[in-house]
Design a protein around this ligand. Structure first.
Ligand SMILES: [Zn+2]
Length: 353
C-alpha cells in the first residue's frame, strides 16, 4: 500500500492538491472514468457488468455503491506576520493546543520549514508551568528577522502541515508512525479496493474538507447519487496510555472498527450486520467503535437527496489529529480484507423495507 507516500503528502483541508495528484496517479489505470469536481473531490468510477446491473434493478440489490475516504488532514493557517518575522497561526480542524509546541511544520506550496517556538523551561514561571499555552500566544519561527523577510517566503492564508517522516515501528501488529493516518489510511484502502472488479458500479470518492465540516462529501454524494455508501476512516484509538475503568474507543491490533453510531450518523443496521457477518464468516478480526464519538463523511452522505444507507469502517489510529500517529499494518490489511469480502457479498443485500 501507498501509506508512506500518502502520509508524507501535505493536504490540510482546502488544499488537498498534492494528495489528489498522488492518488490519481495510483488509480487512473484501474478505473473506467474519473474527474475532479468543483470543490476538488476526486471521483472515480469502476463500472460493473451490465447484466448484473439490470438484474439489480429487478431485485432491489444495490447497483451503485459509493466508497469514500477523505484526503484532507488537520493543520494550521498563517493569519498574521509579526514585525520581527515570526508567524501567528490558527488551527484548521480540531487540534489540541498541547500537541503543538516545538513541532516542525512545512508552510505553503514551497514547503518553507518552520518550528513552533517554545519558551525554555528555565524561563517559565511557576504559574506558567501549570498552564496550557493558548494557540493565540504561539508563533512559527521560519528564521526570518523581519516582516519583509517573512513575506518573501510565506503569505497570509498559507497552510502549514506537520513535518513528520513516516517510519516502521514493528512489534506484534506491525506498527507504523506518521502523520495524517486520519484519513490517509482510508485513502490507502480505497486505492487497493479499486484493483478488484465488481458486478455493480463502484464509485470511489476521495473527498476534500472533511475536517472542517464534511463539506466535500456533501457534494460528492449529491453528484454520485449512490444507493448505499461505505466510509473508510482512520479513527480514535485511545488504548494507550491505558485508562482505568474505561473501555477504549478502539484498540490497536483489534482489527477494523465498525461504527454503530457516532455524532454524525446512525450506521445502517443492514450494512453493519453484513460487515459483522462477513467478518465472522471470513475469520477477520474486527471490533466495534465505542458509540457516540467523532463524526465522519457518512454524516453528510447519508442525508443526501432521499437518503443513503451508510456505514463506516475505520482503521484505529493512536494520537490522531496530532503530529505523529501510530497504526497497525495488520489492522490496515484486515480493513481491506473486510471491505473486499463485504463488497463481494453486496449482491445478496436486499434494500427493500
Ligand atoms: Zn477522518
Amino acid at each position: 500500500m501507498l501509506l508512506r507516500e500518502l502520509s508524507e503528502a501535505l493536504g490540510v483541508s482546502g488544499h488537498e492538491g498534492a494528495v489528489r495528484e498522488l492518488i490519481l496517479a495510483a488509480i487512473k489505470d484501474l478505473v473506467d472514468e474519473h474527474h475532479v469536481d468543483a470543490l476538488g473531490n476526486l471521483i472515480a468510477l469502476k463500472k460493473g457488468s451490465a447484466s448484473v446491473s439490470r438484474r439489480a434493478k429487478r431485485t432491489g440489490t444495490p447497483a451503485k455503491v459509493m466508497v469514500a475516504a477523505h484526503m484532507d488532514e488537520v493543520g494550521l493557517m498563517v493569519v498574521f506576520l509579526e514585525r520581527e518575522g515570526s508567524l501567528r497561526f490558527r488551527p484548521v480542524g480540531g487540534i489540541d493546543e498541547r500537541v503543538l509546541l516545538s513541532k516542525r511544520v512545512l508552510i505553503g506550496d514551497n514547503k518553507v520549514p518552520g518550528v513552533i517556538g517554545v519558551k525554555p523551561i528555565h524561563l517559565l514561571e511557576e504559574k506558567q508551568r501549570n498552564q496550557v499555552m493558548r494557540v493565540q500566544e504561539m508563533s512559527i519561527d521560519i528564521g526570518a528577522s523581519s516582516k519583509d523577510e517573512a513575506e518573501r517566503l510565506v503569505k497570509l492564508g498559507d497552510y502549514a502541515a506537520f513535518d513528520i517522516p513516516f517510519a516502521e515501528l514493528g512489534g506484534p501488529w506491525r506498527a507504523v508512525k506518521g502523520k495524517a493516518f486520519d484519513d490517509r489510511a482510508g485513502c490507502a484502502v480505497l486505492i487497493e479496493l479499486l484493483k478488484e472488479s465488481y458486478p455493480f458500479d463502484l464509485y470511489a470518492a476521495f473527498t476534500v474538507q472533511e475536517e472542517v465540516g464534511l463539506r466535500g462529501a456533501q457534494v460528492a454524494a449529491y453528484s454520485i447519487a449512490p444507493e448505499i455508501a461505505f466510509v473508510l476512516e482512520g479513527t480514535i484509538c485511545d488504548d494507550l496510555p491505558k485508562r482505568r475503568d474505561v473501555s477504549p474507543t478502539t484498540t490497536l491490533g483489534g482489527g477494523p472498527a465498525l461504527t454503530v453510531m457516532d455524532r454524525s450518523v446512525v450506521a445502517d443496521p443492514r450494512l453493519v450486520d453484513l460487515l459483522v457477518d462477513t467478518a465472522q464468516k471470513e475469520g477477520i478480526p474486527h471490533q466495534f467503535k465505542q458509540p457516540g464519538m467523532g463524526s465522519t463523511d457518512a454524516g453528510a452522505i447519508h442525508l443526501t437527496r432521499e437518503g443513503v444507507p451508510s456505514a463506516v469502517v475505520s482503521v484505529p489510529s493512536r494520537y490522531i489529529h496530532s503530529p505523529a500517529c501510530v497504526l497497525s499494518r495488520d489492522d490496515l490489511d484486515n480493513t481491506l480484507r473486510l471491505m473486499r469480502a463485504t463488497l463481494a457479498r453486496i449482491q445478496g443485500l436486499d434494500l427493500n423495507r
